[in-house]
Every structure is written in C-alpha cells, then in structure tokens.
Write a protein that binds this ligand. Structure first.
Ligand SMILES: Nc1nc2c(ncn2[C@@H]2O[C@H](COP(=O)(O)OP(=O)(O)OP(=O)(O)O)[C@@H](O)[C@H]2O)c(=O)[nH]1
Ligand SMILES: [Mg+2]
Length: 425
C-alpha cells in the first residue's frame, strides 16, 4: 500500500553565498530522503537574517499565503533557527516549521540501525531539543490542554511543567552519554589491539552517496578476510551511519584494515558531529584517507570543500589523503585515469578497482623491506611464520637451513634479526 506523503515548502535565505543554490537543492534532496514531497520553494535575498522571524516581513507573509494555498504539512527552512524564530514563524504561518538541523536529525533517526548509532542520534536530538522545549505548536497545544487530563493549566504550572521536561531531558542526556562511553570503551580496546598489530589502516571518507560503501564492498569481495562481510549500499542519503572495519589480505600476505564511515553533507549539524565523534574517530586514526567524490555531480567542488571542513571539525588533519573521482561512468569520462595519487574511476568496474588497489598499496606499504633469512631446520615455527604472514619471494634449501627471501614491514625485522643474512630497502 502506498502511504500518502506529507507535503512541505522549502525556503532559504540567500546571504549572498556562493553555496546557496547548491544548499537549496540539497535541502530538497534531504526532504525527499525523509519521504516528504516538496511542493514549492521560496527564496529571499537579505544582508542579515531578521532576528525575530529570520526572513523579512513581506516574505513571511508570502510564506503564510503559500502555505495556506498548498495546505502543506510543514515548512522547511534551510538553516538552523533559534527557538524563538521557530516559534514566531509558526505563529505567523500557522504551520509547523522544521529547520535544516531538525530535518537531518530526523533522517539520521530513521536510518540508525545499531544500538550505538541509535544512541548517538538520540543524544544529538535531545541536545537539539533542550533549548527548544517550548517551541513547537503541537507541544504548546499539549501543554494547554494538559496531558494529565486537567481542563486548564495556569501559567505557573505550565512553567513548572517546562522545568520538569527540561530535567527529564537532561537526565536522559547524561544516561545516554554514560551508556555510549561504555560501548566506546570496548571499541577503543579493540582499536588498541589492532594498533598493536601494526596493520596499516585506510578510511573511506567523503560526501553521502558518493560510493564509499560500494568501493568497500568491491575490496571486501576480492580481498576480504571474510568475503561475505559486505556493507549496505543504497542510492539514498546517509545509507551508512556506522563505521565498519574490514580486514583485507592481499595475495602477497600484506594486510590492511579498511573502514567505511558516515557520509558528510553541507551544514552537518554540530550536535550530530559531536554525537558521532567516536564513530568518525575511525577516520581520525587512519594512516591514509581515501576521499571519494561523485564525479558526476555538478556540485562536486563544493562537496569537496564541505568534506574538508567537516574533517577539520572532527579533528582530522595532517593524515595523508588521496582523492578518487568516482562514478566516471555516469560522468562519461574515460577511466581509470590516474593523476599522481588521484584517480578517476568507476566503482563497479574491475580495472578501476585494480588501479585503486595499486594506489592504496603504494601509499600504505612504504615501510616494507625485503630481507633474506637463513633459518635452521629446528626453527620450523619461524619458517611457518614467514610463509603465512609475509610475502615470500623465494625459498631454497641450504645445508645449514631454509633460505627465504621475503617482504615484510621493517619493524617486524627486529625479532627475526638473528636469521637475517641480507636486507635491501
Ligand atoms: N553508476 C555508478 N553508480 C555508483 C558508483 N559507485 C556507487 N554507485 C551507486 O551510488 C549509490 C550510493 O552508493 P553508496 O556506496 O551507498 O554511497 P556511500 O558513499 O556509501 O553513501 P552514504 O553511506 O550515504 O554515505 C548506490 O546506488 C551505488 O550503486 C559508480 O562508480 N558508478
Ligand atoms: Mg555508505
């Protein structure tokens, strides 16, 4: 059965910003991602937002009329508004107002699947709600009619109800924070264990819907320790809300940890960035970032700027990054095409993935060295270790033991040094 969609008007304030048009079309996509039908679009150009109503007086009147004409369920504003601006606009338009932050929070809430993601979204939502407790029209209505069944409430008891609500939310926030801390403590332990093994880690980052999870799956399918541990790929905004880490083992026994992360969007609410800090810290701890860009999107340059800003916001700086311009098949560009460490590619094509793997490997294994060992015959465990954990290039049998030439991380040479007869960088 088709559920009837709720309708909305989107409206934005153009403060002479070059990103304005792009952020408006993105707002429409965000609304669609939340299953809303956008029936009209209004824009106002101003030097400064109005303190009380965000838009100017004439525009607010136009908004009220338009909302009435279309009989919409809500009006979506392209920025985060103050609680009083939402309240004033709702009063003047008689329509529910949702700001960009509220909309994105809603999408995240609908997408969250794991316990951790759900808690993180809930935390962000509560932090957003706290200063807005009094704002929504429906909430005021609830308070007026009195949820306890009383026929009327005077102003005094209304305020204490507000105070009560605030305390409940504050308590919820600290409860969630505690629970998240526990979950994240075990994540941290896992990461420390991985770090101790000294495997290079690579994180896929970038805009939502650019193709990060698709690339992850391609690599897992070929080189994954478990080939079937695929992640979800979907043509929608914010398909991925959890960080997944997978171990790759290449035919030469070199290993790598690959992580797929939450996608970015312009003006990503700071409450979400804060709440998802730990999920995103997988990227912050990577040795190499692979920025995935949708080459077929006309706004790709602005998307790259947004990615840069967001990475900075979560404290990711000074990690080497390569950029892949994905979906070149849709853009109609020849591929794979390499320029330095960057690549024009298509995630579903084999030769593109081969080239990508080459670039990632070149940037991940520069600390590898080639050494020749002679191992006495009574040290079979060391021969086994070299065979299973390093890239063995040749094996010979000498009277004094097994001669093995192998490629391995140089910091692993230490405990094998007694057996090294030759080393070349
Ligand atoms: N034609 C084409 N489609 C692609 C390519 N890469 C990904 N897609 C499609 O783009 C959509 C989004 O891909 P995902 O891998 O889910 O994107 P993502 O970056 O993980 O998105 P989020 O999880 O939302 O951040 C899916 O429908 C993919 O099939 C490509 O190179 N060419
Ligand atoms: Mg994804």
């Amino acid at each position: 059965m088709e559920i009837e969609k709720q309708t909305a008007i989107i409206i934005g304030l153009n403060l002479d910003n070059e990103q304005f048009e792009y952020s408006m079309s993105e707002l429409a996509a965000l609304a669609a991602a939340n299953n809303l039908e956008v029936v009209d679009r209004l824009v106002q150009k101003l030097d400064h937002p109005d303190k009380a109503t965000y838009f100017g007086k004439g525009k607010v009147e136009e908004l009220a009329t338009t909302a009435l004409d279309h009989d919409v369920d809500m009006i979506i504003v392209n920025d985060e508004l103050s609680p009083s601006q939402i309240r004033n606009l709702e009063k003047k338009t008689n329509t529910k107002i949702i700001d960009r932050t509220g909309l994105i929070l809603e999408i995240f809430a609908n997408r969250a699947r794991t316990h951790e993601a759900k808690l993180q979204v809930q935390l962000a939502k509560l932090q957003y709600q706290l200063p807005r407790l009094h704002t929504s029209a429906s909430q005021r209505l609830d308070q007026q009619t009195g949820s306890g069944g009383g026929s009327f409430t005077n102003r005094g008891s209304g305020e204490s109800q507000l105070e009560l609500n605030r305390r409940v939310i504050e308590k919820d926030i600290s409860h969630i924070k505690r629970e998240l801390k526990d979950i994240q403590k075990s994540d941290l332990t896992q990461r420390k264990q991985r770090d101790a093994k000294n495997i290079p880690t690579v994180a896929l980052v970038g805009y939502t819907n650019a193709g990060k999870s698709t690339i992850m799956n391609q690599l897992v399918q070929r080189y994954g320790e478990n080939h079937d541990k695929q992640v979800m790929v979907k043509n929608m905004l914010f398909a991925t809300l959890d960080t997944s880490v997978r171990k790759l083992v290449f035919p030469d026994n070199k290993t790598m940890l690959l992580s797929d992360t939450v996608g970015f969007v312009s003006k990503l609410p700071h409450q979400l960035v804060q709440a998802f800090r730990s999920t995103l810290s997988e990227a912050a701890n990577a040795d190499l970032l692979v920025q995935v860009v949708d080459e077929s999107d006309e706004n790709k340059d602005l998307m790259m700027q947004t990615t840069k800003q967001t990475l900075k916001e979560i404290g990711v700086e000074n990690i080497p990054m390569i950029t892949v311009f994905n979906k070149a098949d849709i853009a109609g560009e020849s591929r794979p095409q390499r320029a330095g460490d960057d690549l024009i590619m298509a995630a579903l094509e084999d030769d593109s993935i081969d080239e990508l793997v080459k670039i990632i490997r070149e940037n991940s294994y520069s600390n590898y060295t080639t050494a020749t060992f002679v191992i006495p015959f009574d040290k079979g465990d060391i021969v086994n270790y070299l065979n299973s954990k390093t890239n063995v290039l040749s094996t010979d049998y000498l009277p004094e033991g097994t001669k093995i030439k192998a490629e391995l991380p140089s910091d692993q040479l230490g405990r094998l040094k007694d057996f090294v007869v030759e080393e070349e960088k």
